[in-house]
Write a protein that binds this ligand. Structure first.
Ligand code: NFE
Ligand code: MG
Length: 479
């Protein structure tokens, strides 16, 4: 007989994810990932001036707002045919890099570490599941100390972001054609000082702590495999203009059924058979996507749509990026890369690699040179903005008619990873990763939380709607 186990909410701060599994003979035999809170920023954006898009889109999330800001301005650059000068491109990269650093540190310590590290019996360390804390007391004590230090590191990363972003979260400086903050020697030095402190934390604390956890929980190299299909859109342009679409710090690519292939954005669709959206909107590419909520749809179990690439679920995020970029430390793990520890390890190494690269980018800024080039709102246009948010491949699509937003669609990292089943009944990546996971004690399903949290899910992003009130003005009163 199968036992039903529900973990709800799953995420420690980032929105409402409910995970339901069936356990038989000590293993998960079936899993359902369900986003339980409707959002809907795509609907709010309709009818607005396109220049508002990046400000509204950033409200999708408080953890990665600027990734939505970047996807949105890339979308507008495309639609407006804007040119971005070097300083504008580099400042965008530095702001996005600062967010990666704060987000990856947040993930490992604040969102995931307490599945492995036993804090004192006081808030925020309790409540927690019982059992399976394996670190020896001295090591455990050190990691508790680092858990607390991580708050300070994150604060520094936010301050660093605000040097060029004006504020964090939700920086205000992105515009089509570049950014509004200028380059001064003082800002460059301030940013560098924060970055150097953060590099010390990443290399001397974060990366070693991930290795320590991996040492004591080494069975997690073999748990949480998932769909093994990997997808990256690519991000952080290293050259200006068209050349920057090819010359990216994180290269785009796909790994499907064991084979590497180039990434083709035309192969993305979103299914909604098991999502609370109208069935006649299923299977659409995002450029023609529609968001038509249908709250009581029979058979549906999530507010997330189910994005698919070439008809198949794909994992996105640091592991996907590292695998596709063939990072030697990750590729050499082979099958074991597709695991709970593979995801943590890829995220930590990526954080270090990116932080060091940012030091080079800082040197390329030129005091006194332009940060943006003016661009006009077109009467009619389409635009696409593809990037890599901390949690993975992020795309925004815009359609402009009569100088206003006619349609706006976002397909977000957690929508890929935490998606429900698609129209063909194929489970999403997290659902697949759960199947086969051993569960010792269904009352304390820590194995399940470890698997799901290794993906760093963010439900605020995945569903993307802001206020019920706004929706109800346009939608059915029964909502
Ligand atoms: Ni709300 Fe986000 C990131 C984006 S995840 S955190 O990183 O885009 O779906
Ligand atoms: Mg969407």
């Amino acid at each position: 007989m199968a036992t039903k186990v529900i973990v709800d909410p799953m995420t420690r701060i980032e929105g409402h994810l409910k995970i339901e599994v069936e356990v038989a003979n000590g293993k998960v035999v079936n899993a359902w990932s369900s986003g339980t809170l409707f959002r809907g920023i795509e609907i709010i954006l309709k009818g607005r001036d396109p220049r508002d898009a990046q400000h509204v889109a950033q409200r999708i999330c408080g953890v990665c707002p600027l990734s939505h800001g970047i996807a949105s301005v890339l979308c507008l650059d495309d639609a407006f045919q804007a040119q971005v000068p070097s300083n504008g491109r580099i400042i965008r990269n530095l702001i996005q890099g600062a967010n990666y650093i704060q987000s990856h540190i947040l993930h490992f310590y604040t969102l995931a570490a307490l599945d492995y590290v036993k804090g004192p019996d006081t808030s925020p360390f309790v409540p927690r599941f019982k059992g399976d804390y394996r670190l020896p007391p001295k090591v455990n004590e050190l990691l508790v100390q680092h858990y607390l230090e991580a708050f300070d590191a994150r604060r520094k990363a936010h301050k660093m972001l605000a040097v060029f972003g004006a504020k964090a979260p939700h920086p205000t400086v992105f515009i089509p054609g570049g950014v509004t903050e200028t380059v001064t020697a003082e800002r460059v030095e301030k940013f560098r000082a924060y970055l150097e402190e953060l590099i010390r934390f990443i290399d001397q604390t974060y990366v070693p702590d991930v290795k320590t956890v991996a040492e004591y929980y080494s069975d997690y190299w073999d748990i949480g495999r998932g769909c093994r299909n990997m997808l990256a859109y690519g991000g952080f342009p290293q050259a200006d203009g068209q050349a920057g679409r090819r010359d990216l710090f994180f290269k785009p690519g796909v790994y499907t059924n064991g084979k590497f292939a180039p990434f083709d954005p035309q192969k993305i669709v979103e299914d909604v058979k098991y999502s609370w959206y109208a069935n006649d909107t299923s299977g659409l590419p995002p450029a023609r996507g529609e968001t038509v909520p249908q709250p009581r749809k029979a058979g549906a179990y999530s507010w997330l749509k189910a994005p698919r690439y070439d008809g198949l679920p794909h994992e996105v995020g640091p592991l996907a990026r590292s695998w596709i970029n063939q990072v030697p430390e990750i590729l050499s793990l082979g099958e074991r890369a597709f695991s709970v520890l593979g995801r943590h390890y890829a995220r930590a190494l990526e954080c270090s690699r990116l932080a060091h690269a940012m030091l080079d980018w800082l040197r390329q800024l030129k005091v006194g040179e332009p940060v943006y080039l003016p661009a006009q709102v077109p009467e009619e246009a389409h635009g696409v903005g593809l990037t890599e948010a901390a949690r993975g491949a992020l795309g925004h699509w815009i359609e402009i008619k009569n100088y206003r937003i006619a349609n706006y669609q976002a397909v977000v990292p957690t929508t890929w990873n935490a998606s429900p089943r698609d129209d063909r009944g194929q489970p999403g990546p997290i659902e697949q990763a759960l199947i086969g996971t051993p569960v010792q004690d269904p009352e304390n399903p820590v194995e399940i939380t470890r698997v799901v949290r290794s993906f760093d899910p963010c439900l605020a992003c995945a569903i993307h709607l802001l206020e019920l009130r706004v929706y109800s003005r346009r939608g059915p009163s029964s909502f």
